[in-house]
Design a binder for this molecule. Sequence first.
Ligand code: SAH
Ligand code: SF4
Ligand code: F3S
Length: 470
Amino acid sequence: MELPNYQEARIRNKKYKTLKYKIEDGFKGKYQNKTYFLKTYGCQMNEHDSENIKAMLEELGFIETKDYMSADLIMLNTCSIRENAHNKAFGMLGRCKNLKEKRPNLIVGLCGCMAQEEGVVKEIMQKYHWLNFVMGTHNLYRLPYILDQSIELNTQQIEVFSKEGDLIEEIPVKRDTGYKAWVNIIYGCDKFCTYCIVPYTRGGERSRKKEDIIAEIKQLAELGYKEVTLLGQNVNAYGKDLYTDYGLGELLADIAQMKIPRITFMTSHPWDFTDKMIEVIAQNKNILPYIHLPLQSGSNRILKLMGRRYTKESYLELFDKMKKKIPSVSISTDIIVGFPGETDQDFQNTLDVVNYCKYDNAFTFIYSPRENTPAAKLKDNVSQEEKENRLHILNNTVNKYFLENNMKLIGSVEDVLVEGLSEKKKDNYYGYTRTKKLVNFTGENIKAGDIVKVEITEAKTWSLDGKLSK
Ligand code: SAH
Ligand code: SF4
Ligand code: F3S
């Protein structure tokens, strides 16, 4: 048994090796024809981990089912970022418990960020004896062994490494589509924003070697992939732990040489977004003019308490530079309201920045205290009602700009990467523009993965309507 420990999780030592994934021959196909159901909570990083989980399970012989009621194995890939992500996973665990009472042979496992939390694992050990295994984010590659042990020994297996350990290459991956791919470039986070649990659940920043990333993307290009998203909690930190003169800007420039029509990345911290990166985005047509630039707050006082390392002024300077240098760039953001002690004036400062930036998209949240984070210890005198009120005002404000920006596109012809047939409107296709705007459109003889020209005919708050352009 190996349990999470926050004190160890805080330590950053930059020593790690790059190793290769391998699975013992005896494991291949061992669970032939058993079914698995996998539920993913959280960010793209977790979604991508789930693509690894699927491939590893399928190597063992498991087959995916979308019906958890009938599955032989249920796995929950969890997220810790806010209380509601937590509650959802525990709700699902409750349903699994009921199922297991009816079908004692059912295997249930929990992995992902919640498994890295001391409190969660303690609770599981006290109250969830029936859960078959728990494994963390740092030992994803150990899934076949941990799962097999829990079945063979018929005992609860808990294996969570507090420290990130080595970087494992070549974990198999089963991608959802043949045209869009996520590629990890850096793991972990060293920023320690005071409200955020990620530096504890994902460990220290570790970049993949540029050769490994480039080889993976080259292969995706050969397979005909149309869009590659470079992933990291803070992609701007790419390379700092490995190289002295090679960062995200250089990596983007190298990847832009490959035959991938769309390259994008997330998430960028405003702190170390370099001029070189802006220049490379501006110069390469296949790097999408889309940047996710989390603001979190427009109040310098709150930004400081959050440990964000920038001010409203330096954020806006960067924002203006992007808008000036990258033609037609679209910028989206994340904003937290109700951080401990946020005053009306602090909130007004956030609204002022929103009114200036007129974001194309924004993800807005009410602050949620997270176990062991410094902000959770701050005195919080803002009522829940007030927080909800601020979120409501903020949402109305950002929505107004989404619509305003979308209206400007009416009459233009946009490149759209087709995702498939729309579920809502019969015979309508849907896909995304180069600035990641959702478009529903009419047309024929199109398939998922095509990039087509669409004339925009109507604008809504969260989507555009259009027709295939001749
Ligand atoms: N690495 C990314 C953020 C990943 S988490 C970055 O720094 O931009 C995604 C978003 O969740 C954050 O940008 C933040 O807005 C929000 N978030 C993180 N912790 C939160 C908390 N404790 N309460 C509410 N929102 C939070
Ligand atoms: Fe969390 Fe900040 Fe790291 Fe983003 S940069 S993952 S918000 S600590
Ligand atoms: Fe959630 Fe972990 Fe991602 S906490 S947002 S799944 S890194």
